[in-house]
Each structure stands twice: as C-alpha cells, then as structure tokens.
Design a protein around this ligand. Structure first.
Ligand SMILES: Nc1ncnc2c1ncn2[C@@H]1O[C@H](COP(=O)(O)OP(=O)(O)OP(=O)(O)O)[C@@H](O)[C@H]1O
Length: 246
C-alpha cells in the first residue's frame, strides 16, 4: 500500500506564498513521526493526505487512487488537533455516531465502536459521557473514531499536545500495536518522547522535507558526544541547524 504526495504545492490564498512547495512524499509502513518547527507545514501536509483539502498543484494518491475519491477517504482516517466532546453522548455513542456518519449502518457502527474503543484501551470508559473524560482520554476517543470504519492509514495531528507525561506514556503504548495494523503518520513537538520508539521520522522545514527515513538514520544525526537519552533532541537540533536537505 502506498500513500503518496507527488509534486504537491499548496498555498492558503492564491496570492500568498506556498506553504508546501513541490513536495514529494511517500508514507512508509509502521509508525512515522512528523517533526518540524511551528509553521513548517505539518498540519497542512496531514490535511492534504487526509483529503480535507486538495493541492494547488500535484497529486495525492493511495495505491494510485486520487484523494478526492470515496474509496481513498474510506481508507484514510484523520484526527485533527482539537477533538470535541459531543454533549450528552457516551464514548461508545460518539465513536458509533462517527461510524454512522461515515456510512456504516447503526448496528455495525455500534459493534465497531466497541472494538475501536478496545483498541485504544477505553473499554472501561465506553459508557462514560465524553464531556467527563480527561483530555488524554478524549484524544483516544478521537483515535477510536478515526479507526471505527476500518481505515488502513491513520493521520494524527499533534495527538499528545497538552498531555501530561503519564498520559503521553499511555498514548505511546497504544501506538506500537496500532502501527502493526495500520500505517500511522503522527505530527508532534515531543521529539524526545517518540523518536526512539517509532519506525520512521520525517522532518519538515519551511514546507520542504529536511529528512525522511528510518528512526535509526535520524538518530545518527546526533553528535557523537550526545548524552544517553538525548539523541532524538540532538539529532533534531543538528538537522535544523544544518538546514540539511535530502
Ligand atoms: N487557515 C489558514 N489560513 C492561512 N494560513 C494558514 C492557515 N493555516 C495555516 N496557515 C499558515 O501555513 C503555514 C503552515 O502552517 P501549518 O499549520 O501547516 O504548520 P505546522 O507545522 O503544523 O505548525 P504548528 O507546529 O505550529 O502546528 C503557517 O505559516 C501558517 O501560518
């Protein structure tokens, strides 16, 4: 399976400079983390891959299927930065409702919601109203909603932002088994948290790819004298400072 952006250029306004320029990108298997400074274009790349918006130039495809087609949208799930708790709905109802909106019948959506909540370790909160969940639990409801209709690619926009270290740990522990089943592309500023646990790393800088490859290849950019446990941050800093381009 290949999710690919080819020669993609995107600007928010016809007259404004492009946020992404001539971007070529293919999402690898497993868990890929997407790094880059504020404004680098991470959310924009995810929105193009999620088919929330379309490139001004270039193409976005999954196994050759263009991103505007229904079968593309069915296979690719996106979780935006903000998840809204639907007032009065329980976690299972909120996830099932998303499945229903995506075209499932009510009974299938209800069953799929239970499975999706179990994948994010929220079975115990299935009957809790989402407005009563913690921020971290609500993000997991967001992931369950993204997965409820059987997507093969999961795009997560800063899912760990604002979580405390314990919640981030819980969230990270969910990702490895998920990434064995679906391809996951996750944007984050928590470089140290994830870079040593993911399969691949992509670094965006001013709308261009500064690095994309294995996590080991990324960590190799850290200077030799880097203290243990600091390799990810050091590699990121080294790449940012050198302005390295592939
Ligand atoms: N809706 C919008 N209208 C106009 N410009 C936008 C819009 N959304 C983003 N931008 C601009 O596009 C550029 C890239 O933004 P984007 O949100 O993709 O970056 P990012 O890497 O996700 O940043 P952050 O880490 O801060 O979330 C920024 O200069 C931003 O100001």
């Amino acid at each position: 399976m290949t999710l690919e952006l080819r020669s993609c250029t995107y600007a928010y306004r016809p007259w404004s400079p492009p946020v992404l320029r001539d971007l070529d990108y293919a999402l690898d298997h497993g868990l890929t983390i997407l790094l880059g400074p504020n404004g680098a274009g991470k959310s924009t790349l995810l929105r193009l891959a999620a088919s929330v918006t379309r490139p001004r130039k270039g193409t976005v495809t999954l196994d050759g299927i263009p991103s505007h087609q229904r079968s593309y949208r069915a296979a690719v799930a996106w979780m935006p930065q903000r998840i809204t708790a639907m007032t009065a709905l329980t976690a299972r109802e909120q996830v099932a409702y998303t499945g229903w909106l995506k075209g499932m019948n009510k009974r299938d959506a209800w069953e799929a919601a239970a499975r999706a909540l179990s994948r994010v370790d929220l079975t115990g909160q299935a009957d809790t109203r989402t407005k009563r969940l913690s921020g971290g639990q609500l993000r997991r409801v967001g992931v369950a909603s993204a997965l409820v209709h059987g997507a093969r690619v999961l795009l997560l926009d800063e899912p760990t932002a604002g979580m405390d270290p314990r919640q981030r740990r819980v969230f990270r522990d969910l990702l490895a088994p998920l990434a064995e089943e679906v391809r996951v592309l996750l944007s984050t500023h928590d470089v140290a948290d994830l870079a040593e646990e993911c399969d691949h790393v992509t670094v965006l800088d001013e709308g261009r790819i500064a690095y994309t490859g294995t996590a080991a290849g990324f960590l190799a950019h850290a200077p030799r004298d880097t203290a243990p446990g600091r390799a990810a941050e050091a590699a990121y800093t080294a790449l940012s400072e050198s302005g390295a381009r592939l």
